[in-house]
Design a protein around this ligand. Structure first.
Ligand code: ASP
Length: 452
């Protein structure tokens, strides 16, 4: 069996639903279907998830929510009308949308999570109704009933391992199983969502739980590209890449996948095929274990992300001092800060952070404590810090890759803050100023994909 997941743009209106239904029914093996909420129909349209967030906020601020409810309902009604689904078949949706504000929630955060999750919940139920209306056997699977259990982080949950046992017990024959993406249930019985874009995570969880042979992830691009198409015109479309290449690229900005999304699929050794709902006949990109991969190019992809900053420390004989890093880590631990990387030299050390980990107050506290405990000769924050990932299974045992990467950027006078190679076999990580990152990616791409 295959698990097929459709993103928001693939389920944005009735015409897109038709494509989805054609894809799902084209192969009997495509049995488990994961839906996103209806996404944008045109560039300045609003995703249903965002409409639901507005609904939650208006409700929390005691504002009139009638208009926003109508707007949300209209999105589903428009889809239902394409299939001439009788209006009475949507009465439940209108009612449940209204009832969202009549329930009780443990906190405003859980309220927000429950409102948000209904974008996918309504869409999965609607798709099931439409399939049944078209005489296609389909069953809606409620994450709460099947036991898709998640941690109690209302809007940033992670899956609990028991979910896989629960999914493995699911009984089914030849009907399509329609799962809403993006949310699960906590041990306390509350709805909690994954972080934004999290329907991909549900897809990977279901693929692992049902022991699928393939996880097809349908979106609105033909393939995963070797770099961001906004930086390079018509970049190379990757036909195959490995799990770890995908992980490293999505870590630094590859927006195709949520960086934690593919982990359950990797754990279950389920291959992933990223495909285009608008051109399902095209092969898309296969993401596979490295044992099955033969690299054709030394580099598979280049990505960059700018949401970092770094703390630079200088102290003579730093490398001789026992417990130096331990002291720093204790300080970070004390303030609940996780760091990304910590390259070091004989007298210097840089700690790179994701900006989401820092507030001004935390920065000040960390600087103060480090000054007191470590007494560095120099302590300095570097704010505009970007990370560039150059990733490829093909670089293992190949000489000269680093030279080509460095030359590509130094030829254009771009200064490199940091180079990290060796901790991962399949990537080179570079730190640059944020303002230089896009250019650096472009020059590295040109050096590897355009001249050879
Ligand atoms: N609908 C959710 C969002 O917009 C989840 C998803 O589409 O994957 O973030």
């Amino acid at each position: 069996m295959k698990v097929v997941k459709f993103g928001g743009s693939s389920l944005a209106n009735g015409e897109q639903f038709k494509k989805v239904i054609a894809i799902v029914t084209a192969q009997p093996e495509r049995q488990a279907v994961i839906t996103s909420a209806p996404g944008k129909r045109f560039s300045d349209d609003i995703k249903v998830t965002d409409l639901l967030i507005t609904y939650a906020e208006q409700f929390l601020n005691y504002l009139d929510t009638k208009k926003i409810q109508e707007k949300i309902f209209d999105r589903y009604q428009e889809i239902a009308q394409t299939f001439e689904l009788p209006t009475e078949q949507l009465t439940w949706l209108k009612k449940e949308l209204q009832q969202l504000q009549e329930r009780t929630y443990p906190s405003a955060e859980y309220l927000l999570a429950a409102f948000k999750a209904h974008g996918e919940y309504f869409n999965a139920r609607l798709l099931t109704l439409i399939l049944n209306h078209l005489k296609i056997k389909a069953r809606f699977i409620d994450p709460r009933e099947v036991g898709l259990l998640v941690s109690s982080d209302s809007n940033d949950a992670t899956v609990l391992p028991v979910t896989y046992e629960n999914l493995a017990r699911l009984d089914y024959t030849d009907e399509k199983l329609i799962f809403p993406g993006f949310f699960g249930v906590t041990k306390e019985g509350e709805i909690a969502t994954f972080s934004r874009g999290g329907s991909d995570i549900t897809g990977a969880i279901v693929a692992r739980g049902l022991n699928a042979e393939l996880y097809e992830n349908f979106t609105d691009v033909d393939a995963i590209y070797a770099t961001d198409p906004r930086l390079v015109q018509d970049p190379y479309a990757v036909t195959k890449m490995t799990y770890r290449e995908m992980r490293e690229l999505s870590y630094a900005g590859f927006s195709v996948f949520h960086d934690e999304a593919i982990v359950p699929a990797i754990e279950g050794r389920v291959k992933i095929n990223v495909k285009n709902t608008n051109h399902p006949e095209r092969p898309g990109t296969m993401i596979i274990p490295y044992q099955e991969f033969t690299p054709i190019t030394p580099i598979t992809g280049i990505s960059s992300a700018k949401h970092f900053s770094a703390l630079y420390l200088h102290k003579f004989l730093l490398n001789k001092e026992t417990g130096f890093t331990l002291k720093i880590l204790n300080i970070l631990y004390k303030y609940g800060i996780s760091y990304e990387h910590m390259p070091s030299g004989i007298d210097d050390l840089t700690i790179i952070f994701d900006n989401s980990q820092l507030t001004e107050a935390k920065r000040k506290a960390v600087s103060r404590d480090i000054r007191a405990v470590i007494q560095p000769d120099e302590l300095r924050w570097i704010d505009d810090y970007a990370l560039i990932m150059v990733v490829g299974e093909g670089m293992i045992n190949r000489i000269g890759i680093m030279k080509d990467v460095i030359l590509a950027i130094s030829d254009h006078n771009i200064n490199i803050h940091m180079i990290n190679q060796g901790s991962s076999e399949v990537s080179i990580m570079l730190g640059t100023k944020s303002a230089d990152a896009d250019k650096a990616v472009k020059y590295i791409y040109e050096a590897f994909f355009e001249q050879k």
